[in-house]
Design a protein around this ligand. Structure first.
Ligand SMILES: Nc1c(C(=O)O)ncn1[C@@H]1O[C@H](COP(=O)(O)O)[C@@H](O)[C@H]1O
Length: 167
């Protein structure tokens, strides 16, 4: 059953947004992905947001660049958690998108990740789902152990290299 909806303002966002899809796939979470634009197809955007919970989605990940109103507008018409991904464009390096997404009015939260942080958006969606899914939580815990081991290995390599310089 598809539980996560990944939407983006344009197909040009996909190279960034596919990192969210890849993270979900790593955890075996079924997702859908589509282009839904608040600016270019407002009626369809409202229909997507308003219908998402009824279709069984549990989390929406929404990415957009520039004047990125998509995540906030979706959050205004759905009770589901919305994770916003600021997509960097040629000008302003995503700062415009970041501020458009993060600076929401009180009462309409969007969980905003870093500029280009679609992988973390996917991982955050996994954590949200894992709150009510023990199997998924176990996978997340194993992932975190692996992350820690990788960090330790990096430290070991760095200490060895530094020791060689000092010898
Ligand atoms: N920010 C939005 C919205 C929206 O917020 O509704 N719709 C499209 N866009 C953004 O426009 C950028 C350029 O789009 P094109 O590449 O199609 O010209 C994309 O990053 C898209 O997310």
């Amino acid at each position: 059953m598809v539980t996560v909806g990944i939407v983006m303002g344009s197909d040009s966002d996909w190279p960034v947004m596919r990192l969210a899809a890849e993270a979900l796939a790593e955890f075996g979470v079924a997702f859908e992905a589509d282009v839904v634009s608040a600016h270019r197809m407002p009626e369809e955007m409202i229909a997507y947001g308003a219908g998402a919970a009824g279709r069984g989605l549990k989390v929406i990940i929404a990415g957009a660049g520039g004047a990125a109103h998509l995540p906030g507008m979706l959050a205004s018409v759905t009770p589901l958690p919305v994770i916003g991904v600021p997509v960097p464009l040629k000008y302003l390096d995503g700062m415009d998108s970041l501020l458009s997404i993060v600076q929401m009015p009180a009462g309409v939260p969007v969980a905003t990740v870093a500029v280009g942080g679609a992988r973390n958006a996917g991982l955050l969606a996994v954590r949200i789902l894992a709150a009510a899914d023990e199997g998924l939580r176990a996978k997340m815990e194993a992932f975190q152990v692996a992350l820690k081991e990788q960090a330790h290995a990096k430290g070991e390599r760095l200490r060895a290299e530094a020791a060689q310089l000092g010898a």
